[in-house]
Design a protein around this ligand. Structure first.
Ligand code: ADP
Ligand code: MG
Length: 250
């Protein structure tokens, strides 16, 4: 579903990704962990072309991200094509970024109507279905300010799902939540995983990674330091940097 080949990214002269190689298989829960500043968010943003990579190749579902290939030449996609490509990728951030003046239902209906041109009745039906799926059937008419952080994040997940993505990116989805609200969001993510959604999850929740993850990559300094099955990497980290990091978060 995702293949990264020697992906490099710099901001100005500052290198942030220094040759990322990894593969995310269809239906896999892929956990990305590493210290702050190691390039995790930047990598996720490259996957949906919110950032342009400087070198390497990035494929989602077999398609080059942001570029068309003709012969051996690459052509940058126009913004419209990029937007089209991005429709298939759902993203959930640490901050939920819901529209404050819209109800939960309206937040979830918005993108299918605006981006896909869906009929309002269809968008509403799916939004209701998605909000029910994340356990918010009784909160559809609430505005974000009337919802807890955990509920808002579940609305954000429902909003991403309403676009029927084939890949979901989660960037520290529980980091901004009070501890007692983390579980309800992880439960929704666990449910998604069980339904077979392909997910890349940047998280410090090692319990989640261990129980739900199929693969775990430890990143530091813009490179993959080590990867493997989460239980293997978490119980038996081979590299000093992984050990040092895990001793702080576990
Ligand atoms: P992580 O998510 O692992 O904490 P990030 O991908 O957010 O790491 O950041 C990696 C590095 O890239 C950091 O040093 C950060 O300051 C830098 N960085 C991220 N985005 C930008 C940007 N838009 N402009 C300049 N530097 C950036
Ligand atoms: Mg980050």
């Amino acid at each position: 579903m995702v293949r990264s080949e020697q992906v490099h990214k710099s901001f100005g002269l500052v290198p942030v990704l220094n040759g990322i190689d990894l593969t995310v298989r269809h239906g896999e829960v892929f956990c990305l962990v590493g210290p702050s500043g190691s390039g995790k968010s930047t990598f996720l943003r490259c996957i949906n072309h919110l950032e342009k990579i400087n070198a390497g190749r990035l494929y989602v579902d077999g398609q080059l991200v942001g570029y068309r290939q003709k012969g051996d030449k690459l052509y940058e996609m126009k913004e419209r094509e990029v937007a089209f490509q991005r429709r298939d990728i759902g993203m959930v951030f640490q901050r939920f970024n819901l529209f404050p003046h819209m109800t939960a239902l309206e937040n979830v209906m918005e993108a299918p109507i605006q981006v896909k041109g869906e009929r309002k009745a269809d968008a509403r039906a799916r939004a209701e279905e998605m909000l029910t799926r994340v356990g918010l059937a009784d909160r559809m008419k609430n505005y974000p300010a009337q919802l807890s952080g955990g509920q808002q994040q579940r609305v954000a997940i429902a909003r991403a799902l309403a676009m029927e993505p084939k890949l979901m990116l989660f960037d520290e989805p529980t980091s901004a939540l009070d501890p007692e609200l983390v579980g309800e969001v992880l439960d929704v993510m666990r449910g998604l995983a069980e339904e077979g959604m392909t997910m890349i999850v940047v998280t410090h929740e090692m319990g989640f990674a261990r129980e739900v993850g199929d693969s775990l990559v430890f990143m530091d300094g813009g490179v993959v330091v080590e990867s493997g099955h989460p239980r293997e990497v978490l119980t038996n980290p081979r590299h000093e940097r992984t050990q040092a990091f895990l001793s702080k978060v576990l």
